[in-house]
Design a protein around this ligand. Sequence first.
Ligand code: SDX
Length: 431
Amino acid sequence: MAETENTAKLQLHGKEYDLPVLQPSAGPDVLDIRKLYGQAGVFTYDPGFTSTAACESAITYIDGEEGVLLHRGYPIDQLAAKSHYLEVCYLLLYGELPSATQIEDFETRVTMHTMLHEQMQYFFRGFRRDAHPMAVMVGVVGAMAAFYHDSTDINDPWQREVASIRLIAKMPTIAAWAYKYSVGQPFVYPRNDLDYAANFLHMCRAVPAEPYHVDPILARAMDRIFTLHADHEQNASTSTVRLASSSGANPFACIAAGIACLWGPAHGGANQACLEMLREIGTVDRIPEFIARAKDKSDPFRLMGFGHRVYKNFDPRATVMKESADEVLDLLGVENNPTLQVAKELERQALEDPYFADKKLFPNVDFYSGIILEAMGFPTSMFTPIFALSRTVGWISQWKEQLSDPALKIGRPRQLYTGATQRDYVEVEDR
Ligand code: SDX
């Protein structure tokens, strides 16, 4: 395939086709194949989207080789060190860092939407107590469309704005109440005098019988976990939200679809799967056995919390998360926790093993977030709900960006068909 500066040439079946080459502001050039089927009568094949740009976006950029993650151009390590989650939400939603007045107004708007419609409590009570909180979140977020009719018209910019604020504001309440329901404790209402992360911890930990003081170090670690999970280009759950939204579905249905996709152990469910793996390993002396299994092609076992589709260097979020993990472990004095000891030794052995080094399989964000949440006393079933809470702003930002595209079309991939060609029906007596 020859190429000029802005055009690639495809020679196929004796004909030549010009494919425009689109230049991004960062990252690899992009071959524009939108007219390929119309001109050449062929599809392209890329089932895992390993080489396919499904959309244009200006929100987040990842350089997997360099281990870089930018949100609207700002590096994640600077945002984690100097910003806070709601300011990152503002940045993702509106494209610029807010002024002091803008962030105060934004935080007030979010704070005033943290309560749920009182009748939504009945959705929680319809679940078994041992229901996975991700199942509860999918159900309750999907049900929001039945309560917030004034923010489901996606063609009304004001309703899109209200739905965005409502989802960002209510996800901590929904996640906390899913946890409270699972442990049989009463729901704790949000408090307007607490910041976003402290409010979430208070709703999870407080009981009516006595006051609960949120430790500022834990609140800061929680806020940092939220910030580090906020958005991540076109990952599986974000792509799910975009595809659902392309049909015109209401925002709550689209976010419920994103939550469902995130639940998978290959994606956001990896933090829970990672802790369950660490517990299965149990002791440091069993680590070599599991590393051998992870390298054995005949064994489907993989080291959960390692590897990434895009990062072929260290996940920059994992680097920051590792610092937070050390702070929290020191504060809570759980550096002797056997599960956490296994985690640290597993990380050391895997990073020294040529198999993982050659395949660029480094610990990802889920490896360290699971360690922090375990140390903070969350059950593993709450790990992915916390990821979903954090990622809601990324899903919403990408949803809003897609809806603002005048060229938006419903997503409808084609296929490489390898099934039976046409044949006639055979009566049962003739089969
Ligand atoms: C998240 O997309 C995102 O941005 C996701 C995310 C976000 O913020 O939204 O970053 C969040 O989902 C992080 C990833 C969490 N998942 C896990 O930790 C689960 C364990 N990881 C793997 O399942 C895997 O690494 C994936 C799914 C994350 C990535 O898989 P890819 O890109 O499809 O890579 P692959 O499966 O083709 O693997 C490449 C090779 C294979 O070996 P070969 O066939 O080339 O010989 O690496 C091996 C794999 O067998 N491999 C692993 C491994 N991950 C890949 N071997 C052992 N342990 C692993 N964890």
